[in-house]
Design a protein around this ligand. Structure first.
Ligand code: SF4
Length: 422
C-alpha cells in the first residue's frame, strides 16, 4: 500500500536541507478526525467551535464512507488514529460508537487503528468505560486545574462550573481501569495561580492520569481574543510557569507533555520536530471529516470555517469525492500555496524552525489573516518561550532569535551575544 505521494514539481519550498519529509509530500495519514456532532453539552468561555449548539449527528453511512475513502486513498501506512472530536463526543449514543468500531474492523484490516476521545468527562459512566475498554482507545480529558481555575472558563450553558462533574467522570475512569491524559488550557487567570494548578495535577497522580499537556489559549474560529497577550507580566508569568513545569517533570513529580517532547527532541539530536510536528503543513497527514461528510486537511481547527470570502474550508465530501480529488479544487491549491509560502518563510527566518517546522496553518490564519505568514503570538509562547526556558533549565545554549524572549541567565546572554557578533 502506498503511504506517500508527491505534488507536481515547483511546489517544493526553498528551505534549508532537512531529514524531514518536505512539507509538500502528501500523507501518510496519521490522524483521521471524525466529527460525530458539532454539539457540546458545555459552553466554555474560550471555545472556538461555531456550531456547538447544532445537534446534527453523523449518519453511520458517512462514517463508513469516510473510512472507505481514507483506506482507498493510498495514503494509509500501517497505523493511524481516529480522533472523535468536534463537539463533545460523548453526547452521541453509545451504540453509535459500537457500530462505528465494527465498521473500522470491517474496512481497516491489516492496519492498527487507535480510537482517541477528547472529552470533558461530564457524561462518563460505567457503560462508557466498557466501550473504551472494548475498543483500542486513548482517552483525553479536558481539565484546567482546581475548581476555581477550571470553573472560571469551563461552564454549563446555565453558567455553572463543571469541575465537580468532571471529577466524578475521572473517578469513574479510574474505577474502571481506563487511563487518561489531561489537556489543560493556559490562560492569564491560570498563570496567576499556576502553582495551585500544578499542585492539583500532581494530586491526580494515581487516578489513572498518565500525563498533562498545556495548550496556550489561542485566537481561533469564533474565539477572537485571548488573555495570553503580549503584556510583559503575562510573558514573565509564562516563563516562571514553564520553569516550574521543567522542575516538577525532572523531579518525577508530574509527567508534562511539553517537557517530555522537547527532551525527546534533544535526545534524538534535534533532527525531528517534536513540539508541533509537520502534520498541519502537509496535506492529508490529517484528514478531518465533518458530520455531513465534508472533508478538509491541514489544521483541524479550520474545518468548515467561514474564510471571509463567502467560502468554507472544505475540499470535498466523502459521499461524492475521493480524498485526492481535493487536488482539483482551486481553493485547495490556493491554501496549499499559502501554506508552502509560510513554511518556506519560517524556514528562512526563524531559528526555532527545526523544533516547530512551520507551526499551525490555522493559527496563522486566525492571527495573521493568512497562512503564508510566520510568527504569531501563539508560536511565540508555545514554541519560542517554551523552548528558551526549557533549554536554560537543561543547561543548553539558547537559540538566538529576534523574538523578545528573555535570555535566562548572564551566561546565556553572553553566549547569545557572542554568537550574534560572529
Ligand atoms: S515563526 Fe513561529 S510558526 Fe514559524 S517556525 Fe518559528 S516558531 Fe514556528
Amino acid at each position: 500500500m502506498t503511504s506517500q505521494t508527491t505534488l507536481p514539481a515547483g511546489a517544493s519550498p526553498e528551505g534549508k536541507p532537512s531529514k524531514r519529509p518536505p512539507p509538500h509530500s502528501v500523507g501518510p495519514v496519521s490522524l483521521l478526525i471524525l466529527q460525530p456532532t458539532p454539539f457540546c453539552n458545555l459552553d466554555c468561555a474560550y471555545c472556538y467551535l461555531p456550531g456547538r449548539t447544532n445537534k446534527a449527528k453523523m449518519p453511520m453511512e458517512t462514517v463508513e464512507k469516510a473510512l472507505v475513502r481514507t483506506m482507498e486513498s493510498g495514503l494509509v501506512a500501517k497505523k493511524f488514529s481516529i480522533v472523535w472530536h468536534a463537539g463533545e463526543p460523548l453526547v452521541m449514543p453509545k451504540d453509535w460508537y459500537r457500530e462505528a468500531d465494527a465498521l473500522v474492523q470491517k474496512h481497516c484490516k491489516d492496519v492498527v487503528v487507535t480510537h482517541n476521545f477528547q472529552s470533558n468527562a461530564v457524561l462518563v459512566n460505567d457503560e462508557w468505560c466498557d466501550i473504551f475498554n472494548g475498543m483500542n482507545t486513548r482517552m483525553g480529558v479536558s481539565i484546567d486545574g482546581p475548581e476555581h481555575i477550571h470553573d472560571a472558563n469551563r461552564k454549563t450553558r446555565g453558567g455553572k462550573g463543571t469541575h465537580k462533574s468532571v471529577m466524578k467522570g475521572v473517578e469513574c475512569l479510574n474505577r474502571n481501569g481506563v487511563p487518561f491524559h489531561v489537556i489543560s488550557v493556559v490562560t492569564k487567570e491560570f498563570l496567576y495561580d499556576y502553582e495551585a494548578a500544578l499542585d492539583y495535577f500532581e494530586s491526580l497522580n494515581g487516578s489513572g492520569m498518565t500525563s498533562v499537556g498545556f495548550n496556550v489559549e489561542e485566537f481561533e474560529g469564533n474565539h477572537e481574543d485571548t488573555t495570553m497577550d503580549n503584556d510583559v507580566g503575562t510573558r514573565h508569568l509564562f516563563r516562571e510557569f514553564m520553569r516550574e513545569c521543567y522542575r516538577r517533570h525532572a523531579a518525577g513529580r508530574l509527567n508534562i507533555r511539553e517537557v517530555r517532547e522537547y527532551d525527546k527532541f534533544v535526545q534524538k539530536g534535534g533532527t525531528r520536530p517534536r513540539l508541533m510536528k509537520t502534520q498541519q503543513t502537509a496535506p492529508f497527514r490529517i484528514i478531518t471529516v465533518g458530520h455531513d461528510g465534508g472533508f478538509s486537511t491541514f489544521s483541524p481547527e479550520l474545518h468548515d470555517m467561514d474564510m471571509g470570502d463567502g467560502t468554507k474550508f472544505i475540499f470535498g465530501n466523502v459521499h461524492d469525492n475521493a480524498i485526492l480529488d481535493a487536488f482539483a479544487n482551486p481553493m485547495f491549491a490556493r491554501y496549499m500555496g499559502d501554506i508552502i509560502d509560510g513554511y518556506s518563510a519560517c524556514s528562512k527566518t526563524c531559528q526555532f524552525f527545526d523544533v516547530c517546522a512551520g507551526g499551525s496553518a490555522g493559527n496563522k490564519f486566525f492571527e495573521l489573516g493568512t497562512m503564508a505568514g510566520t510568527e504569531t503570538l501563539f508560536c511565540d509562547y508555545r514554541v519560542k518561550e517554551t523552548v528558551t526556558i526549557l533549554r536554560d533549565e537543561m543547561g543548553l545554549e539558547p537559540i538566538v532569535d529576534d523574538h523578545p524572549a528573555l535570555m535566562p541567565s548572564a551566561g546565556a546572554v553572553a553566549v547569545a551575544q557572542a554568537v550574534k557578533v560572529q
